[in-house]
Design a protein around this ligand. Sequence first.
Ligand SMILES: NC(=O)c1ccc[n+]([C@@H]2O[C@H](COP(=O)([O-])OP(=O)(O)OC[C@H]3O[C@@H](n4cnc5c(N)ncnc54)[C@H](OP(=O)(O)O)[C@@H]3O)[C@@H](O)[C@H]2O)c1
Length: 299
Amino acid sequence: MKSSFNARSTTDEVLKGVDLTGKTVLLTGCNSGLGFETLRQMIGHGAHVIAAARNLKSAQEACAKVGGSTTPLACDLSDLSSVRQAIAAVRASGRSVDIVIANAGIMALPDLEQIHGLEKQFVVNYLAHFMLITGILDMIPRHAGARIVILASSAHTRATPAGIEFDNLSGERGYKAWVFYGQSNVARILFARALSRRFSGAGITVNTLHPGVIADTNLARNLGVLMRALAPIARYFTKTIPQGAATQCYLAAHPEVASVTGQYFSDCKITEPSPAARDDAVGERLWALSEQLVAAHRG
Ligand SMILES: NC(=O)c1ccc[n+]([C@@H]2O[C@H](COP(=O)([O-])OP(=O)(O)OC[C@H]3O[C@@H](n4cnc5c(N)ncnc54)[C@H](OP(=O)(O)O)[C@@H]3O)[C@@H](O)[C@H]2O)c1
């Protein structure tokens, strides 16, 4: 597949001429960085956006800034009971969800933090999104061009060669910030591939992506003082927010990728993730485990 876009393409460029009138988008992390730019663009192109943030106030404030047709939604991805409530709210809305953009994430927590006995990046970046998306699968219309887009990162290569350390998901047998950020991204990529296999032939595409390196978002908040001090310089070498959000907007809405599924993109182009992130046997094991992990929280 030949893409019309590249690393410098912006959200304005990839969405030029795209009409999302009548479509409903479910977006996580709507209040900051790439998510806020994606919210702005989805609204600007006519979609209704169910805009999720860690609390209702953040979601409402983000929605108030962009105007348009929105439903602010509280969904704290570090609290699976909040995810359960978010699923219930989406279901109660009665809306079909045409586009899901699992955008929210955290990076490289310096110290081990746990949620429900699991390392936090695994939960926020992956498991909570697994619960949210699998909790609304039946609200995604079949054979109507629906799309699921799951953020990941080139930093998935920083996971161990196994990709997922099933015997250390708590982090208690050893924690390294970047290895666990990497693992959470391997999990996101394996999840996208597993979902795409399940929807094969059903007219729903599922893709994942590395957005590029974007210094202007809040993602680097956990990095050390030195790295944050370098951010103003890094801006000269990294993507702007509209460039960074371009690949997810492209996958969510551009006609060129309407039937592309199960792929990992970077700079609006298909690229190959690491061997660990292509190990679909591990992906199936992860899916089965994830079902067990979230079962107690589904209510
Ligand atoms: N920026 C980059 O260079 C880069 C590179 C590779 C991948 N990515 C990926 O791109 C995505 C967007 O990141 P960004 O750069 O736009 O960073 P960002 O500005 O920090 O945005 C991250 C979003 O995730 C939300 N979030 C974090 N923890 C949450 C929780 N517990 N519950 C609900 N929402 C939560 C944040 O909400 P709060 O504002 O309330 O914290 C924020 O809306 C992430 O998935 C990240 O892994 C980014």
